[in-house]
Write a protein that binds this ligand. Structure first.
Ligand code: COA
Ligand code: MG
Length: 291
């Protein structure tokens, strides 16, 4: 989570080639959309999809964070995708199939060379075995604002494809890698968004995966269908009980008799100043999303 909390509970992919889906963006309750130029767009439609970006951004809703996912820079579409995305000054550009810090640095250089403002951030798909092996050094770029790195998105479908693990309903073979992605994101001080639930007709599946992802420390989930937005927003919002608990911790430390103390007893539990910091963070998050 970055210093000023920006909700990324629900991050919806919208294929840049799908006009009906694009027309819905302004009315959706998601926190962010990813306009996709990569895998959701067939090769024959790539150039037409890219040419639509400027029109999409001309009418962009202020409320939503708007990100563009570009094809890998090593592909025939990558550089032109990146330049077209940069020209729209989106909140973020999501790089697909990265493997090393160099991939991010090269994209950052293209943005710098083309005078993209500093508030155009880079997001990175973590979806290749190589990116997983290099995750610590990739995440470390998050500590350097010049790198623009701001968020990881787990690409679980590609990880399944490239590693050969079995995709099971409980995602058991992906879990170690997902936890590693969260850990690295925290080390780098950036946000981290879980992969998609393909089974979009079954809302129990997305609700379960969101609850799990929230418990694993993810900031939100990437989504493929509008029906998945509400379950994601719910799962990644602080519960009423958590908000009440945070208020209780804050009030306890504010009591005159506790001002000099680092450790207190509250309802039979030890609370430290680190719990106060956690409580304040949770309350700021709750306030930002109106929970
Ligand atoms: N964003 C915005 N609107 C969407 C949407 C999305 N991702 N997915 C579906 N919709 C819209 C549809 O356009 C439809 O509205 P319409 O009747 O006015 O056209 C409405 O929601 C209901 O859609 P539905 O009929 O239930 O689904 P579908 O069969 O049209 O589409 C998918 C199903 C999976 C093909 C579609 O949701 C999709 O393309 N999702 C994104 C996939 C993607 O980007 N993948 C790459 C990253 S993993
Ligand atoms: Mg992918």
């Amino acid at each position: 989570m970055t210093d000023t909390y920006r909700p990324r509970r629900s991050v919806l992919y919208v294929p840049a080639s799908n006009d009906r889906a694009l027309a819905k963006i302004a009315g959706l309750a998601c926190d962010a959309v990813i306009i996709d130029l990569e895998d959701a767009v067939a090769p024959a439609d790539k150039i037409a999809a890219r040419q639509k970006l400027a029109g999409i951004f001309a009418n962009r809703p202020d409320r939503l964070e708007m990100v563009v996912r570009v094809s890998p820079l090593s592909s025939e579409w990558g550089t032109d995708d990146l330049l077209a995305a940069a020209a729209c000054e989106p909140d973020g550009i999501l790089l697909s199939k990265i493997g090393t810090p160099r991939d991010l640095l090269e994209a950052g250089d293209v943005l710098d060379d083309n005078f993209a403002p500093g508030n155009v951030k880079l997001w990175a798909m973590i979806e290749t075995p190589k990116a997983l092996l290099n995750i610590g050094t990739i995440a470390e770029l998050g500590r350097d604002p010049a790198s623009r790195l701001d968020c990881f998105v787990a690409g679980t479908n590609d990880l399944v494809k490239d590693t050969g693990v079995l995709a099971t309903p409980d995602r058991r073979y992906l879990m170690p890698w997902l936890m590693q992605i969260v850990l690295a994101a925290r080390a780098g001080g950036i946000d981290v968004v879980d992969g998609v639930a393909n089974d979009f007709r079954d809302l129990d599946v997305v609700a379960r995966e969101c609850a799990e992802a929230a418990a694993m420390g993810f900031d939100g989930k990437s989504l493929i269908h509008p029906s998945q937005i509400e379950p994601a927003n719910r799962a990644f919002s602080p519960s009423a009980a958590a908000v009440a608990e945070a208020h209780a911790v804050k009030e306890a430390f504010a009591l005159p008799e506790n001002t000099g103390k680092n450790v207190l007893a509250l309802n039979g539990r030890m609370v430290e100043r680190l719990h106060l910091a956690q409580a304040e963070k949770l309350l700021a998050k709750a306030a930002a999303i109106g929970a």
